[in-house]
Design a protein around this ligand. Structure first.
Ligand code: UD1
Ligand code: CA
Length: 451
């Protein structure tokens, strides 16, 4: 049985924010979302989030994917652990995890479980050039761990120690609950420190071990927005490096943001300023021009997207979108489609080789193959209360500046004359024209000019 107690009840004063610290956006999701994802990947059976300051924000985000314990007031990290009462009678090992350590990877967590071996208490550490204000790992002459000293409580010699406490521990659960009552708040901060458990475990004759994390950058605890930016850079660079090593060209990795849940095919080329959030699948040999924003998007092979926003939608193979198009709310493009500039699609499906090249809004529409839209077509899908669908069959030709008042059905190969307002169905092969006839007044132009 693997359990985890995540300490996320602190205010995070140094963020200077109304938001609780672990809900701050880091790269593609809130900090606590990274912690959750990493714990899940490390096969933790039970996760208890200790929440206090801004508890509702965290609960609203993580919903019932985890268990909660409330810490009110917040009297320190040791006191936070004491609140996870639901784990009191569990056996096995429990991970204690700082909620502000979102970069620590599942492999590192796995290593901590493995290398803790027979030790009853294992602490994850790392060695920093500048140990800053982290807690210091004090070792005995033989190298064994003696204690963790908080920066505030360090003497001058201890301040020089460069091995620091990451804030992640793997502990025998039964012993944890046995010894938690021995913690006291007799220290510089007048808080119950989880770190004091080291000395308590040693005093009772148990084994304490330190597992040294290899990549110091992964171990940072985020206390302010400068560290948040540093952490974003770290994740960005990890993901970008991975894709460059897997056949993807990034013209400017510094301005490219690819979420951890995105998969990209070989020989795709990504221009500067492309942002991908959520879960995306991008095919092979695609070109993504500057300024694309994607969230939960699937794109086929050989497709070109030019400076467009696409969310919750699917784009086929060999399709072109943009510049400046907006596809959203479960839109789906088949293969060889062409979407041009300033086109918005909402909950709309376009079939094979359909073209919609200029200044158009298609909402709640089902469009077949090889349909051609002129410039400035609008589906009128909303009467102020209800949404209605527009259906257009294969091969139809929709002239420029046509309004389609839904619900309406346009048959195969039907032709809609430019400027028409269509509010009745048009059958296969028919033409509809719905606009006033033109009137010509002889010589009126010249007369007007002379006035
Ligand atoms: C803590 C460690 C320090 C370590 C550093 C690593 C202690 C006493 N110190 O210091 O040794 O080097 O992390 O980043 O543990 N929290 C609660 N309830 C509380 C207090 C804190 O849930 O009453 C949570 C915070 O929300 C945060 C985490 O615990 O997510 C760590 O607290 P923080 O105040 O940031 O500890 P540090 O001073 O960074
Ligand atoms: Ca911290």
């Amino acid at each position: 049985m693997r359990s985890a107690i995540v300490m996320a009840a602190g205010k995070g004063t140094r963020m200077m924010s109304n938001k609780t610290k672990t809900m701050h956006q880091l790269f593609d999701k809130p900090m606590i979302g990274h912690v959750y994802a990493h714990l899940k990947k490390a096969n933790i059976d039970r996760i208890v989030m200790v929440v206090g300051h801004g508890a509702e924000q965290i609960q609203e985000y993580l919903k019932d994917t985890v268990e909660y314990a409330i810490q009110q007031p917040q009297l320190g990290t040791g006191h936070a652990v004491m609140q996870a009462q639901q784990l009191k009678n569990e056996s096995g090992k429990t991970l204690i995890f700082n909620g502000d350590c979102p970069l620590v990877q599942p492999e590192t967590i796995e290593r901590l479980f493995e290398e803790s071996g027979n030790a009853q208490f294992a602490v994850l550490t790392t060695v920093l050039d500048d140990p800053a204000r982290y807690g210091r790992i004090v070792r005995n002459a033989d190298g064994s761990v003696q204690k963790i000293v908080e920066f505030k409580d360090c003497d001058e010699e201890e301040k020089k120690i460069r091995e620091i406490n990451v804030g992640i521990y793997c502990v025998d659960n039964e012993l944890l609950w046995k010894y938690l009552p021995e913690l006291s708040d007799d220290n510089a901060a007048k808080e119950y420190y989880v770190t004091d458990l080291v000395e308590i475990f040693l005093k009772h004759g148990h084994t304490v071990t330190a597992v040294v994390g290899s990549d110091p950058k992964e171990m940072i605890g985020i206390n302010d927005r400068k560290m948040l930016a540093e952490a974003t850079k770290y994740l960005q660079s990890r993901v970008n490096t991975y894709w460059m090593e897997h056949g993807v060209t990034l013209l400017d990795p510094a301005t490219t943001f690819i979420s951890e849940d995105t998969v990209i095919g070989t020989d795709t080329v990504i221009y500067p300023g492309v942002v991908m959030q959520g879960a995306n699948t991008i095919g092979e040999e695609c070109t993504l021009y500057p300024g694309c924003f994607f969230e939960n998007v699937t794109i086929g092979n050989g497709t070109t997207i030019i400076s467009s926003r696409i969310t919750d939608s699917i784009v086929g193979n060999h399709t072109t979108v943009g510049p400046n198009s907006h596809l959203r709310n479960h839109s789906e493009l088949a293969d060889d489609v062409r979407i041009g500039n300033f086109v918005e699609l909402k909950n709309t499906k376009l079939g094979y080789n359909t073209k919609c090249a200029h200044l158009t809004y298609l909402g709640d529409s089902d469009v077949g193959a090889k349909v051609n839209f002129g410039c400035g077509v609008v589906t009128v899908n909303y009467d102020g209360k209800h949404k209605f669908r527009t259906e257009i069959e294969d091969g139809a030709f929709i002239g420029s500046n046509v309004n389609l008042i839904a619900p309406v059905h346009v048959g195969k190969n039907a032709l809609l004359a430019a400027g028409s307002t269509i509010n009745q169905d048009v059958e296969d092969g028919d033409m509809a024209i719905a606009r006033p006839r033109q009137m010509v007044k002889k010589g009126y132009g010249d007369q007007y000019k002379k006035k």
